[in-house]
Ligand binder design. Structure first.
Ligand SMILES: Cc1cc2nc3c(=O)[nH]c(=O)nc-3n(C[C@H](O)[C@H](O)[C@H](O)COP(=O)(O)OP(=O)(O)OC[C@H]3O[C@@H](n4cnc5c(N)ncnc54)[C@H](O)[C@@H]3O)c2cc1C
Length: 471
């Protein structure tokens, strides 16, 4: 700890009026502190410029979520846990809920607030791309009254905002007009939780008659402020998504972003990942279900929601392979739609123990084989899982002899080093790509590799869930 507590003063007046009066009396002297998860890091490092702190933690005026017919108004002191638990946030603003889920760990989510994330103004902050694509607005308050402004104009430069020294952020408002959109969020970092993003994306889109009717894309960590990619959006709007458009979109992304080298990554890596993330989103937007397919998915889900527990468990187990995941997912029924099921699956998966993860890993065959190699006696994987594995690994079947031999050698080395089989989400990957990933991951330390394998299994589960829902 590089700061001396006796040099600091903290007050907690307990009402919004008293706090804004204090800020007005001595503008720039008092620093608001909400959950303190950013402020205390600066304090511990001896880098907190302010010596006087005014607590806004748990202030009732800032800690509630109001839903009207047009919008949802989220108090600035609402925590990530508040956001994760809120029904409308979950059903209509899944991009914000995803960001809340992967911000820090559980302790951080219980303390960290949406307002703190916004005012702290880090270009790497996870919730900000979502706020950009949802077209959110901020309400700022002072003794002079309230003012409302688009969030997109709030961050004016690296760690700079339009907040005046006598103002507090009171709330963030999100219009309720994107519920029919396809959504896509991804955080690329050392891992999802407890790691700041190297690049993150939040995107919304809607296809009509095979062309992109509307699209909204925002990235974090690629510029001094979280960035909405308006030029890229313009490039793809009104067009069919094909390989030519993907190329144009990648070029547009590269022209819009301004990534830098820092301790977490390089500008070059960020530029490549930013293009990949935009292309991944557009690919997924292209393959989203039509109305008729969606009805089919809803039917499968509705039937499964009503099944007795043991039947529901048998049906969904092959999607993941872990009994604990299966029990918890079944216990969380009913699910309203595919997105809610996928969100719950991700969350459940991340909160499992390592031995639960291992159980899921062991339900897969080694890459290039068709039978689970390490399943426990009497616990061979269900037929559905074997059939999916066959299809997922089809590219390896058709690989040339040299690649197959190299894969078998690398698999053996992986098993010697990590004492389990190599897990990779093989769907859409060629045999040489799988081999490259296997060789790269052989250089990981044990902990990094465990989390990488877990992330691959999460992706496998998501793809299987979507296939399973198609009946
Ligand atoms: C272990 C750890 C992991 C983390 N992981 C992530 C992560 O994965 N993703 C991510 O985005 N962030 C992460 N963070 C950063 C942090 O948790 C978030 O930015 C959080 O939202 C900050 O909220 P807070 O309430 O704690 O802010 P505080 O620390 O209380 O305040 C942050 C800043 O905002 C100002 N402020 C807060 N509320 C208001 C308001 N209503 N009006 C005016 N000013 C205000 C404060 O004066 C201060 O300048 C992490 C932090 C830690 C310690």
């Amino acid at each position: 700890m590089r700061s001396n507590p006796s040099e600091y003063e903290m007050v907690a007046p307990g009402s919004l009026h008293a706090i804004v009066s204090l800020l007005a009396k001595e503008p720039g002297v008092w620093l608001p502190i909400a959950g303190g998860t950013d402020v205390m890091v600066q304090y511990a490092a001896g880098k907190l410029p302010a010596r006087r702190l005014v607590s806004i933690w748990n202030l009732p005026e800032l800690r509630h979520i109001e839903v009207t017919a047009e919008e949802i108004r989220i108090g600035a002191a609402c925590t990530y846990t508040d956001l994760r638990k809120h029904e409308i946030v979950g059903s209509e603003f899944p991009l914000l809920q995803s960001a809340a889920r992967w911000t820090g760990g559980v302790a951080n989510q219980n303390r960290g607030t949406i307002g703190g994330n916004i005012v702290n103004a880090s270009p790497a902050a996870d919730s900000l791309p979502a706020l950009l694509v949802y077209g959110s607005e901020l309400i700022l308050v002072s003794v002079r009254g309230e003012r409302r402004l688009p969030y997109a104009s709030f961050h004016t430069g690296y760690k700079k905002t339009l907040l005046a020294t006598d103002e507090l952020l009171q709330a963030v408002c999100l219009p309720r007009r994107f519920s029919g959109y396809f959504t896509h969020a991804r955080k690329v970092g050392a891992r999802n939780a407890q790691a700041i993003s190297k690049v993150c994306i939040a995107a919304l889109g809607r296809m009509v008659d095979g062309v992109v009717e509307d699209v909204r894309i925002a990235l974090g960590s690629v510029a001094p402020v979280p960035l909405r990619l308006t030029e890229t959006e313009q490039t793809v709007r009104g067009k069919a998504i094909d390989s030519e458009l993907l190329l144009l979109a990648r070029k547009a992304v590269a022209a819009e972003i301004r990534p830098i080298d820092d301790i977490r990554s390089t500008a070059r890596y960020r530029a490549v990942v930013a293009g990949n993330l935009a292309a991944e989103f557009l690919n997924r937007l292209r393959s989203q279900r039509t109305g008729a397919e969606r009805v089919g998915v809803q039917d499968v889900l509705a039937r499964w929601n009503r099944l007795p527990i043991d039947e529901a468990m048998r049906a969904i187990l092959p999607c993941c392979g872990s009994q604990a995941w299966t029990q918890r997912i079944v216990a969380r029924r009913p699910f309203m739609d595919e997105a809610a099921l996928v969100v719950a699956s991700d969350e459940t998966w991340r909160n499992l123990t390592r031995s639960d993860w291992m159980e899921a890993f062991h339900s897969h065959p080694r890459i290039g084989e068709s039978r689970a190699s390490q399943s426990l006696p009497g616990q061979s994987p269900p037929a559905q899982s074997v059939a999916w594995s066959d299809r997922e690994q089809r590219s390896v079947e058709g690989a040339d002899a040299d690649t197959k031999i190299a894969l078998a050698d690398a698999n053996r080395e992986y098993e010697r080093r990590f004492n389990r089989i190599f897990i990779v989400c093989a769907t859409g990957k060629s045999a040489p790509e799988i081999l490259e990933s296997l060789r790269r991951r052989l250089k990981n330390d044990a902990e990094t590799e465990l989390h990488e394998a877990a992330e691959q299994q999460r992706q496998i589960t998501e793809i299987r869930l979507r296939k399973w829902l198609q009946g």
